[in-house]
Design a protein around this ligand. Structure first.
Ligand code: BTN
Length: 326
């Protein structure tokens, strides 16, 4: 979108009431018809703007779309989200991020966030489909980590901690983390994370952290199978929320925890993860690629593996798999 569109929007916001087309065109040194075209663009972006012959244009309400312009108003980060790319619809933000990271200068892209209003081919853990209708937060962060490769998985842990913290701070809801890295409210999933790594021997080229959060989505719009295991922020609060402000909070929390990781304080992240864990001390069934067993989830180690004590007393260390609370 052209820069001058947002200059029109800024003037409408600053006016706080009606402002004439003439004064907009004079202030921005653009024609009246360019002003009209920008108003049309803004309306298409979801801004409600009144137009009257006598008074001119008046901004009635801001867009509820997840526009970078709206997110920036709330963003308190130094690096994460300082570059954003917004797409109304795309198969998957991960694909967009991968293309950018593969073709571009990854160091310069560090912290970039790809945002989609909806995804038509969203991907979850274990290559499962990830349903991503309008109203959610579907993003991918491009990162060039300086974290050693054996601790890089902790980026997902930092992400889960950041989302749970953001939900707690923004909405006062007691969000928890279910191993490996799902965010839950009660016994329902509200968010998931997916880390993709491009590395060669022990050097990391880039990381993509895909985040999906069910925010302003009505449960009855989801399929019955999906509905039974998930919740959304708007269902929990019984009203819709400001996604832009919430995403800015998630990005801020993520930056804070990412900085802790970069300073090598892995224990601090592990401690915070454990303090919000839904899984620890629970009886669980674990399905791995090799087998399936039950037991008590007793710990998570510094590599993110779940430690389970089976009924026969034997200890299992699970690096990857699905975990069900029984
Ligand atoms: C999970 O299975 O829990 C992880 C879900 C990750 C979904 C997000 S939505 C944004 C990004 N784009 C995708 O296609 N997937 C991730």
């Amino acid at each position: 979108m052209k820069e001058s569109v947002f200059r029109v929007l800024k003037l409408l916001e600053e006016a706080g009431g009606p402002i004439s087309g003439e004064s907009l065109s004079a202030s921005l040194a653009i024609t009246r018809s360019a002003v009209w075209k920008h108003i049309k663009d803004l309306r298409e972006m979801g801004y409600e703007i009144n137009a009257s012959q006598q008074e001119g244009y008046q901004l009635i309400s801001a867009s509820t779309m997840l526009l970078p312009y709206e997110i920036q108003k709330h963003l308190r980060t130094q690096v994460i989200g300082r570059q954003m790319q917004y797409l109304k619809t795309t198969p998957s933000t991960n694909d967009v991020a991968r293309t950018l990271a593969t073709e571009g200068d990854v160091a310069a892209l560090h912290g970039t966030v790809i945002i989609a209003e909806e995804q038509t081919g969203g991907v979850g853990r274990l290559s499962r489909a990830w349903v991503s209708p309008q109203g959610g937060i579907w993003i991918t962060l491009i990162l060039k980590p300086t974290i050693p490769i054996d601790h890089v998985f902790m980026i997902t842990m930092a992400g889960a901690v950041a989302i749970a913290r953001a939900i707690r701070k923004e909405f006062d809801i007691g969000a928890l983390i279910k191993w490996p890295n799902d965010v839950y409210i009660g016994d329902k999933k509200v968010a998931g994370l997916l880390l993709e790594l491009a590395a060669e021997s022990d050097s990391i080229h880039y990381c993509l952290l895909g985040i999906g959060i069910d925010v302003n989505i009505k449960l009855d719009t989801l399929s019955p199978e999906l509905r039974s295991g998930v919740t959304t922020i708007s269902e929990e609060l019984e009203h819709e929320v400001d996604r832009a402000a919430f995403l800015a909070r998630v990005l801020r929390e993520f930056e804070r925890h990412y900085q802790v990781l970069e300073s090598g304080e892995y224990d601090a992240i592990l401690r915070e993860w454990k303090s919000m864990s839904y899984t620890l001390e629970q009886h669980v069934r674990v399905n791995t690629m090799r087998n399936s067993f039950e037991g008590e989830a007793i710990d998570i180690d510094e590599y993110g593996a779940l430690i389970v004590r089976k009924e026969n007393g034997k200890i299992e260390r699970v690096i990857a798999g699905d975990c069900f609370h029984t």
